[in-house]
Ligand binder design. Structure first.
Ligand code: PLP
Length: 426
């Protein structure tokens, strides 16, 4: 057994499934998960000293690559001054100001420690603000693992949700209504039927948890207009897309002002930090100002805030997103070209530093489309690339990420590897 295999066997003794988050277990692609011991720039090294070009970037946060010297320095400095106070700090005020400056829809913001906390708190707040219980989410979108969000579509036209995890009470799931992504007609029908009971729509405005699927302009407009008309709260879950697809996030690209926004991943620069914020009339309902309770021992943790601040400052530099987008497009266009040359059914797209590729003719518009792509081809491609030293997300349902540390050489290496693997899996 190699080191990765030994570690995975040992991990299973005291950690359920050997992992602290399920997708890390390689359940969908099979094989042994890699145990990483070091990351630098675009690369990670596993327990057997194998180096990989990393397109996962800790599932999105590492937009500057691993161990960026300025982020590292900020973290070390902050840690030396104290790991946690459970009291306000000047740095969290600076981060809140910066987030509000970068996202005009956010007038007030609260810091939390994970994306799940951000979405869970935003939903409670929307319910407290509107005095309504129903929540609308879309099939294939993931918003963290709070009870009301682990819900899948039930049968029937207006889909009252069923729990997608054991342990979620049916009564909780019943308040979550699940609709197909990009289906404006279904959304309109739902609001006509029960618009006065709906507290909020929560949406990944570019979905990254069913591979990458973009919201159509009609869907974006429909969500904004219907929530305005019926007095529901529009929550953009930008945990993945926030500061990843653009400096002003998806809402900047869409030209839409959501009522609440959830942030995570990049905003914490690789440390446990997330946020939710939006209209001040809604945010002022939060304790201690208002009746909606929300709290956290480590919320606004100074070490995490330091990593977030350093990251946001670096990505704000002139031309950052332009360059990142060019690099990501080079990867996607290169893959499309190689697929053509090797007669592989394939499509790909990107936005900023986020990308999706699919073993299907057309770019998917919904979860059903993603389910129709060739997943066994993806699994073969994943393992082929891993062997070549390229680490992709170990599931056909995840988006990928390019960082500012990915050089032309890294992209070229990846494309050469992909060419070999496309030939092998034909
Ligand atoms: N929302 C979206 C869009 C996500 O992609 C994720 C995590 O991948 C979450 C929420 C949950 O964030 P966390 O894993 O930090 O709880």
């Amino acid at each position: 057994m190699n080191q990765n295999q030994q570690l995975f066997a040992a991990a299973q003794k005291h950690i359920p499934g050997g992992v602290n988050s399920p997708v890390r277990a390689f359940g969908s692609v099979g094989g042994t998960p890699r145990f990483f011991k070091k990351g630098e720039g675009a690369y990670v090294w596993d327990a057997d000293d194998q180096r990989y070009i990393d397109y996962v970037g800790s599932w999105g946060p590492l937009i500057l690559g691993h161990t960026h010297p300025k982020v590292l320095e900020a973290v070390i400095q902050a840690a030396k001054n104290g790991m946690s106070f459970g009291a306000p700090t000047a740095a969290e005020v600076e981060l809140a100001d910066l987030i509000c400056e970068m996202l005009p829809s956010i007038e007030q913001v609260r810091l939390v420690s994970s994306g799940t906390e951000a979405t869970m708190s935003a939903i409670r707040l929307a319910r407290g603000f509107t005095g309504r219980d129903k929540l609308v989410k879309f099939e294939g979108c993931y918003h963290g693992h709070a009870d009301s969000l682990l819900v899948k579509a039930g049968s029937g036209l207006l889909t009252f949700g069923n729990p997608s995890s054991a342990g979620v009470p049916a009564s909780v799931a019943a308040d979550t209504l699940v609709l197909p992504y990009n289906d404006v007609a279904a959304l309109e029908a739902l609001f006509i039927e029960m618009g006065d009971k709906i507290a909020a729509i929560i949406v990944e405005p570019i979905a990254g948890n069913m591979n990458m699927v973009q919201a159509s302009p009609e869907f974006v407009q429909g969500m904004r207009q219907l929530t305005e008309k019926y007095g529901a709260v529009l929550i953009y879950d930008e945990v993945m897309t926030g500061f990843r697809v653009d400096l002003h996030c998806t809402q900047g690209l869409h030209g839409v002002k959501p009522d609440l926004t959830c942030l995570g991943k990049v905003v914490g620069g690789g440390m446990p930090l997330a946020a939710f914020g939006g209209r001040s009339d809604i945010m002022s309902k939060l304790a201690p100002l208002g009746p909606v309770y929300q709290a956290g021992t480590l919320s606004g943790n100074p070490v995490a805030v330091a990593a977030g601040l350093a990251t946001l400052k670096l990505i704000s530099e002139d031309g950052f997103f332009n360059q990142l987008s060019i690099q990501t497009e080079k990867l996607c266009n290169g893959l499309i070209q190689i697929a053509k040359e090797t007669n592989t059914i394939f499509s790909a797209q990107s936005s900023g530093g986020m990308f999706g590729f699919y073993f299907s003719e057309n770019i998917p518009q919904s979860f059903a489309d993603v389910m129709n792509s060739d997943r066994s081809k993806f699994n073969a491609f994943f393992h082929g690339m891993l062997k070549q030293g390229v680490y992709l997300a170990p599931s056909a349902f995840e988006a990928g990420f390019v960082s500012a540390a990915h050089s032309d050489q890294d992209i070229l290496f990846t494309l050469e590897a992909a060419k070999k693997v496309f030939m092998q899996i034909k």
